[in-house]
Structures are given as C-alpha cells and as structure tokens.
Design a protein around this ligand. Structure first.
Ligand code: ATP
Ligand code: MG
Length: 230
C-alpha cells in the first residue's frame, strides 16, 4: 500500500466530460494544501460533484491530472487511494447491521473505545445510548428508525473512525432543519480538523470557518477566497 498521504491535492488543467465532446470541466485548476478545508459552491450543474468524482477516481480526466502529494492518482491502486479517503454523501449509507457494526466498518478490528470515541466526536453517542439496545440496536437498510440528522452523524462517526487524511463531503447537511444542521456541522468541524477537505454545499452558513471557498460556474472557478473576501 502507498504510505499515508500528507494530503496535498491538485487538479492540474483538468478537462472532463461524461459524454464525448461535451466537456463539463474545462481547464479546471485547484490546489489544496495538506490540511486545507475547501468548500465548493455554485449553481446546480456547475460541476461540484464531478470534481469529487474525479478525486475519488470514479472517473478519470480526459486531459490533465489529479495529483495527491505530487503524484498522479492513477499511480496508486484504487484500494490504497480510497483507503485514505473518508466520504460522507447526501445519502449516507446505513446498512442492515447493528449501530456498532455500522460505525466499525470504517476500520476492521476497531476497539470499543475507538468506536465510542468516534461516536462522541460525531455527536452521536448520546442518541445511540438512548436507542433500545444502544450500540447493539439493529438498523434497517437505509437507516430506518433514525432521523436524517442522526443518520448523518452516524456516517460522520464512521468517517472519523477511518482517520483518513482526505475528507470528501457532498451536501452533508441538505434537508436538515436548523438545529440538526448545527449539530451535524459541529461534527463535521471535528471530522475535518487537520485533514484536507473538499465539501460541496449550498448552505453558506456552514462554511464560515473553511479556509477557502471556491465558486464554480459552468465547470470553471469564477471566484476563490476566504468567506470575508467574497
Ligand atoms: P448539483 O448542485 O445539482 O448537485 P453539481 O454542481 O454537483 O450540481 P454535477 O453533478 O457535477 O453538478 O454535474 C455537472 C454536469 O454534468 C451537469 O450538466 C450534469 O447534468 C452532468 N452529469 C453529471 N453526472 C452525469 C452522468 N453520470 N452522466 C452524464 N452527465 C452527468
Ligand atoms: Mg452535486
């Protein structure tokens, strides 16, 4: 396996389209220092999720490269690349297994202490303890029985346990009420601290303390800077 990434990420002159002759990203450039937290905002269809797909290597660029720590990500095996990423999507996957197993799947062999520490950091420990069987409670496919915010915090606990240098979040607070959004954002603050982060969001209030905000339009960066500068 590749050594642990420091987490410097760079998109170098990337061109990409899902269909031939229909580029979504055109000459896209973006560099994030190790540990930098980058928010991606912009209109629907502007290419935000596409950028995350390229970083996860669900697709490869047509031209240009995506590099981590200066190396083309195609040089790594998919397992070693994705093994160093923690991903939380809008539909956080919850599986038909216990709460404990849902968290522990991020790190086979994790101890009970590690699992509860991750749940605490994600703000999930208290609601888990109030479930009928606590950490042994069996969940349904899709997390039936949990609220939207609880499911997100469970997914964040899993991501924290993963202890990955790179964190990828795609609209992790969409559809939550204000109180739940606040709790999820606190959890995301703890998840992303010190880790290179790419988060797509429409909720501007959630990115006040991000290091950089990148505004996309039509697959290009139209603005980039700190919250107070935009
Ligand atoms: P949203 O805010 O709605 O999630 P986005 O900024 O994440 O939008 P993308 O999902 O990156 O946008 O999509 C960018 C463009 O690529 C859109 O025109 C979209 O229709 C197209 N697209 C996305 N996924 C695919 C796909 N799997 N096949 C073909 N076209 C796609
Ligand atoms: Mg999207």
């Amino acid at each position: 396996p590749a050594p642990r990434f420091r987490g410097h990420v760079e998109f170098r002159d990337v061109w990409f389209g899902y269909e031939k002759d229909h580029p979504i990203l055109q000459d896209f450039r973006l560099a994030a220092a190790a540990g930098e937290r980058v928010a991606l905002v912009g209109d629907s269809g502007s290419g935000k999720s596409t950028i995350l797909h390229l970083l996860m290597r669900l697709y490869d660029p047509d031209r240009g490269t995506v590099a981590i720590d200066g190396r083309d990500i195609r040089d790594f095996t998919l397992a070693s690349l994705r093994g160093q990423m923690a991903v939380v999507l809008q539909d956080s996957y919850i599986f038909r297994m216990s709460v404990r197993e849902n968290i522990a799947m991020a790190k086979p062999g994790a101890s009970e202490e590690e699992i509860t520490a991750a749940a605490r950091a994600a703000g999930a420990h208290d609601f888990i303890q109030r479930l009928p069987q606590g950490y042994d409670t069996q969940l349904g496919e899709g997390g039936g029985g949990l609220s939207g915010g609880q499911k997100r915090r469970l997914a964040i606990a899993r991501a924290i346990l993963r202890d990955a240098p790179i964190v990828i979040l795609d609209e992790p607070t969409v559809g939550l009420d204000a109180a739940s959004e606040k709790r999820v954002m606190e959890a995301i603050g703890r998840l992303t601290r010190g880790r290179t982060t790419f988060m797509v969001t429409h909720q501007l209030a959630t990115i006040m303390d991000f290091d950089r905000i990148v505004v996309l339009s039509g697959g290009k960066v139209v603005e980039s800077g700190r919250h107070e500068d935009l």
